[in-house]
Write a protein that binds this ligand. Structure first.
Ligand code: AMP
Ligand code: ZN
Length: 117
């Protein structure tokens, strides 16, 4: 399934919900998180509906790599590449996944703790 009608991130990726995009190509969009957990908190969202990391298929390998590069490119554009940033992919309940459409978080602009809470 490429799109899911009831999925907010499908609607955003389709352009059905108007939102500022920091980057877009044929396979993904990059947007600001609506509830930022750091001064910079962006989401890289594939246009294809993939529920989570567990449902990534071999055919999606290049897409995932390109999503990580896109996140890093935005970090460079926003000048947090030298200070650093964190990439997160929450998967299922214990990780706190709340949206059932795969997305990569990129957070930065402040020091972060490890391990995460
Ligand atoms: P996760 O908890 O990993 O599933 O992350 C979902 C993220 O999507 C959260 O950080 C939310 O703040 C964010 N989010 C949910 N709805 C929207 C939206 N309409 N626009 C931008 N970010 C959103
Ligand atoms: Zn979706």
């Amino acid at each position: 399934m490429r799109q899911k009608m009831s999925c907010t991130f499908c609607m955003i990726a389709n352009g059905e919900i108007e939102i500022k995009k920091l980057y877009e190509d044929k396979d993904m969009i990059v947007i600001n998180d609506i509830n930022p957990q750091a001064p910079i908190h962006i989401l890289v969202i594939p246009k294809k509906h993939i529920e989570n990391l567990l449902l990534v298929e071999p055919a999606d390998v290049e897409l995932l790599g390109r999503m990580l590069i896109a996140a890093s490119n935005v970090a460079k554009e926003l000048s947090i590449d030298k200070t650093g940033y964190r990439i997160v992919i929450n998967t299922n309940r214990d990780a706190g996944q709340t949206v059932g459409h795969l997305h990569v978080h990129m957070l930065g602009g402040r020091p972060m703790k490890w391990p995460p809470g």
